[in-house]
Design a protein around this ligand. Structure first.
Ligand code: FES
Ligand SMILES: [Fe+2]
Length: 374
């Protein structure tokens, strides 16, 4: 039970609005008991990024797992996007076994051949006369989940009580809503397995304290000096805004459609619970998505989108991202070993770690609410 584990009492914030120490302890990063609890308490209760809607043309189905559940993301023949549990309501067989994206006219269950259209309606039942007279096909449609898009990117949510996606995303649509244009396309996608807990990597990506030190010659060159950092903490997302440097301006052109702050700086958003979105004035959008694998490993996925006319060549972009991501992987794996040593208690909080605390508070609250409901 959660309550018997180390959910430390939240510490009252100080004059900076920050707690004295990190809220999450080494146990939260190393004890496997948290993995199923986090699936229920965190991932099944919020919006989860699943990728670009353009990956699915009408009549295509994407079989995959989201938060440990088998799902089918479908674009029907009218272009409507939907998501269903990949589960037959008759006897729970998985409908579409091969993971991945497939062209598909209809979904046929491999067990007793119930047939579903791409809107999830049950349209065919072998030996239907052998069911009781009360049997109605409309009572056995596929069970759907919420799917909403922002700027063409799809998010899925298991929880009917979560706010609409646009509300969840806070100021992101306002600041990055014009970055994607008709010419935007996927530039690169790459996955990395990292030997650290997913929250450890998320903390690192939210950390504005290490950039000038650990990424001195890489990311720090783009983000510029700490004195120009501007932070914004919202309900579910937080922002580090850094004005473009003279070097960046000399080497890049700004997307002409952008206005105001969107033209003038880099937006580095942290998004609850495991997502990051970077938006640059050349129109580049970079998603970093961190999936738990085991308690001590995670998969980090990098998806880059932009207009090739305005963004650097893909090889250059990937090399730039990988340069600082490799630095982070070394650090997060080192921190993971420290957490596992049994010798660590959380240290004090620097003001440049406020975005970590913002997300740890949300994680804390979700675990505590789950524990109370238990
Ligand atoms: S389990 Fe799917 S038709 Fe029986
Ligand atoms: Fe980093």
């Amino acid at each position: 039970m959660v309550s018997s584990l180390s959910l430390r009492s939240p510490v009252a914030p100080d004059a900076r609005g920050l707690p004295e120490r990190f809220l999450l302890t080494a146990d939260h990063y190393t004890n496997p008991v948290w993995i199923p609890i986090e699936q229920q308490a965190i991932f099944r209760r919020t919006w989860l990024y699943v990728g670009d809607g353009d990956r699915l043309q009408p009549g295509m189905v994407w079989a995959r797992s989201v938060a440990g559940a088998p799902v089918l993301i479908v674009r029907d023949h009218d272009g409507e996007l939907r998501v269903f549990y990949n589960l037959c309501p008759h006897r729970a067989a998985i409908l579409s076994p091969p993971a991945g994206i497939h062209a598909c006219q209809k979904l046929v269950c491999p067990y007793h051949a119930w047939v579903y259209d791409l809107a999830g309606n049950l349209t065919g039942v072998p030996s239907q006369a052998q069911f009781p007279e009360s049997f109605q096909k409309q009572d056995f449609a596929l069970r759907s989940l919420r799917l909403e898009t922002w700027s063409g990117f799809m998010f899925v949510c298991f929880d009917d009580s979560a706010p609409p996606l646009v509300e969840f995303l806070g100021s992101i649509p306002q600041h990055l809503g014009q970055h994607r244009t008709a010419a935007t396309q996927p530039l690169a996608a790459k996955q990395y397995t990292v030997a650290c807990n997913w929250k450890n990597y998320h903390d690192n990506t939210l950390c504005d304290y290490h950039v000038a030190i650990a990424h001195r010659t890489t990311l720090n060159q783009v983000q510029g000096p700490i004195r120009h950092y501007q932070h914004q903490l919202e309900a579910f997302v937080n922002l580090l805004y850094t004005p473009t440097t003279a070097d960046w301006q000399a080497e890049n052109s700004v997307l002409p459609t952008l206005q105001g702050r969107s033209r003038e700086g880099f937006f580095t958003y942290g998004i609850y619970p495991n997502l990051h979105l970077l938006g640059l004035p050349n129109g580049l959008l970079a998603w970093l998505h961190i999936e738990p694998l085991t308690v001590e490993s995670c998969q980090v996925s990098l998806d880059l989108y932009g207009d090739p006319k305005f963004c650097p060549p893909t090889a250059t972009l990937l090399a730039e991202f990988e340069a600082f991501m490799q630095e982070d992987m070394v650090l997060t794996e080192s921190v993971q070993q420290g957490y596992a040593s049994g010798a660590y208690t959380p240290g004090p909080v620097n003001g440049l770690e406020s975005r970590i605390i913002h997300q740890q508070k949300l994680i804390w609250d979700a675990l505590a609410a789950f524990s109370d409901a238990d």
